[in-house]
Design a protein around this ligand. Structure first.
Ligand code: TPP
Length: 356
């Protein structure tokens, strides 16, 4: 007997939960202004999430998926992409979408039930949010295939939860990506939960990253609460893909510190002690600690930032509230080129009711 193949999964962390550097920082992270931008983006996402949940509770918003505790994943991946790349997001990616240029008002509109919020002005070629889990992985492969076919140095990035990696669409996507050496990066937000299903009964795999091996592609794990690690490792994967060296699966290990969505009550199934421990490891505290120790941050700057972001958010909420409502028939008009008979009839009833 002989060993014919061996695989290993690397774990990357730069900033530990105490805000201490555990290995030499990548070049971008020596620039405090860049780190402050990342911190600002994570705070913006956190404030948006908190406000959106309150709005849902008071009837001003539809079902909303908070990304509390996972801000470093979306912010880091959004920052690692170039404007000309294409992002195929899932429903917990508001931080990455904001980084890409989608506005707060557009995000609020989408979750408020207005499809026009998915037709964001910037970036025009990014995909709308995918609610069916893992389907976006195949869309990203299609986009990446188009880039390869047109010989464009562009990269498709998609993201999904660890639960989504149990879906067939994920395995089909990594198989295609490997087989065709596509310029695509899969970022897994491993927040330990798929609604009420914990990671340990979701899969027997030791890591999620190792699922990449089955597709013949690289899999790597990062501390998903360390925005420096996410930015650096997703950035490396994106540039590797851009230079023709193929796809990567990046597993970002984090923790979901909120309900799955506003339609869930996590207190029914999670363990308070575990959540308390996870709170101490969340991504904003450690970056703030690091920046403070570096003399680049203080309470006054924190207060100014929160004030500025709150004003920005209040304005976005006003714009969202004042937006003229969309025509009722919008719910019928964008799925079929020609409506089937039965739906045509329903559309008439809808219009009749609406105008009557
Ligand atoms: C194809 C499909 N099946 C089932 C669902 C219902 N559903 C919504 S979220 C979810 C769990 C997803 O968990 P995970 O992929 O870990 O992502 P997270 O929500 O934790 O970020 C399920 C099963 C869905 N949206 N799409």
């Amino acid at each position: 007997m002989k060993t014919i193949a061996e695989f290993s999964i690397q774990f990357h962390q730069y900033l530990n939960e105490e805000g201490q550097i555990v290995q030499a920082l990548p070049a971008f992270a020596n620039d405090h202004a860049h780190l402050i931008r990342l911190y600002t983006s994570m705070q913006r996402t956190r404030l948006l999430d908190a406000k959106a949940v309150i709005m849902q509770r008071t009837g001003k918003m539809g079902t909303y998926p908070s990304s509390l505790g996972q801000e470093a994943v979306a912010t880091g991946l959004g920052d690692a992409m170039k404007p000309e790349d294409v992002f195929c997001p899932y429903y917990r990616d508001q931080g990455a979408m904001l980084e890409r240029g989608v506005t707060l008002t557009e995000i609020l509109s989408y979750w408020g039930g207005d499809e026009r919020g998915a037709d964001f002005q910037v970036p025009r070629e990014d995909f709308p949010v995918s609610v069916p889990i893992a389907t976006q992985c195949l869309h990203a492969c299609g986009v990446a295939y188009a880039f390869k076919y047109r010989k464009q140095p562009r990269v498709a990035v998609t993201s999904l939860g660890e639960g989504g990696t149990s879906e067939g669409a994920f395995y089909e996507a990594i198989n295609l990506a490997g087989m065709w050496n596509l310029p695509v990066v899969f970022v897994i937000n491993n927040n330990q939960w798929a609604i009420s299903v914990p990671r340990n009964i979701q899969t027997h795999a030791q890591t999620i990253a190792q699922k990449a091996i089955a597709g013949g592609i690289e899999g790597v794990q990062v501390d998903g609460n360390d925005v420096i690690a996410v930015r650096e490792i997703v950035g490396r994967a994106v540039e590797k893909a851009r230079s023709g060296n193929g796809p990567t699966v990046v597993e970002a290990v984090t923790y979901r510190l909120s309900d799955h969505t506003t339609a869930d009550d996590a207190k029914r199934y999670w363990n308070e002690e575990v959540v308390k421990t996870a709170f101490a490891k969340e991504p904003l505290i450690r970056l703030r600690r690091y920046l403070t120790e570096q003399g680049a941050w203080n309470d006054e700057k924190e207060k100014q930032l929160i004030d500025q972001l709150s004003q920005e958010l209040d304005q976005a909420i006003k714009d969202y509230a004042n937006k003229a409502s969309q025509p009722a028939e919008n719910i019928m008009d964008f799925t079929f080129k020609e409506l089937p008979e039965a739906l045509l009839h329903q559309r008439e009833i809808l219009l009749g009711e609406n105008h009557g």
